[in-house]
Design a protein around this ligand. Structure first.
Ligand code: 5GP
Length: 199
């Protein structure tokens, strides 16, 4: 999606050649107009999947999942990340390792908001190792519902998440796919590598 790629080129900051900071439009300040466009695009791509519920994870996934749910006319549910808890039988729970924070959290959702027998679309902001998306898919499995697709705003294609999701048999749609970071620059999938400047 060119609009998103343009914003990443203009405002994205590459940290340690592995993390993309987009806090001016997605991860802290949020551009609502851009979020609506992302929601429209996901709604268009998954229009034929009979989606009954959108499922994401706090916090940044919510900003993208909300306009998607609005456009598709279905409810939105987000899973919570918690450090530790006494689990009770009112929640589905799994564990997810955070790539950016390097810690493992319990991820939970109330059973009330993930009923069985539904067609669920998972939405998230980034895809790196696939932990968050596959953790959400595991909660949908526990609920006895079906994941009909996984929609990601920014996929870092040089990390294993995309392959893991496809190998698990899920349909993956990513709006911007990053081939690599080099010297602080973002190169998207399909773009030529910039020539090395040698003296
Ligand atoms: P994964 O679970 O696929 O390893 O990583 C995805 C999650 O980690 C996303 O929910 C996102 O919060 C965070 N994440 C992974 N890579 C990046 C990145 O490059 N930039 C930002 N801002 N978040 C990331």
């Amino acid at each position: 999606m060119e609009l998103l790629k343009e914003r990443i080129r203009k405002e994205g900051l590459v940290l340690e050649n592995r993390i993309l900071k987009v806090d001016s439009f997605l991860n802290q300040q949020i551009d609502p107009v851009l979020m609506m466009e992302l929601g429209e695009e996901f709604a268009r791509r998954f229009a034929n999947e009979g989606v009954q519920r959108i499922f994401t994870i706090e916090a940044s996934g919510i900003a993208i999942a909300l306009p998607t749910a609005l456009r598709m006319g279905v409810p939105l549910v987000f899973a919570r990340k918690i450090r530790s808890t006494t689990m009770n039988d009112q929640v589905y729970a799994t564990q997810v390792h955070s790539y950016t924070r390097n810690l493992t959290s319990d991820v939970i959702v109330s059973k009330r908001f993930l009923p069985p027998g539904e067609r669920v679309l998972i939405i998230d902001d980034f895809l790196a190792n696939g932990e968050a998306a596959l953790g959400l898919a595991e909660l949908v499995r526990q609920a006895g519902s079906k994941v009909v697709g996984i929609g990601i705003a920014i996929e870092k294609s040089f990390q294993p998440g995309a392959a893991k999701i496809k190998n698990a048999g899920y349909r993956l749609e990513s709006l911007a796919r990053i081939a690599d970071f080099k010297s602080g620059q973002v190169r998207f999938v399909g773009e030529e590598p910039s020539p090395d400047v040698s003296i």
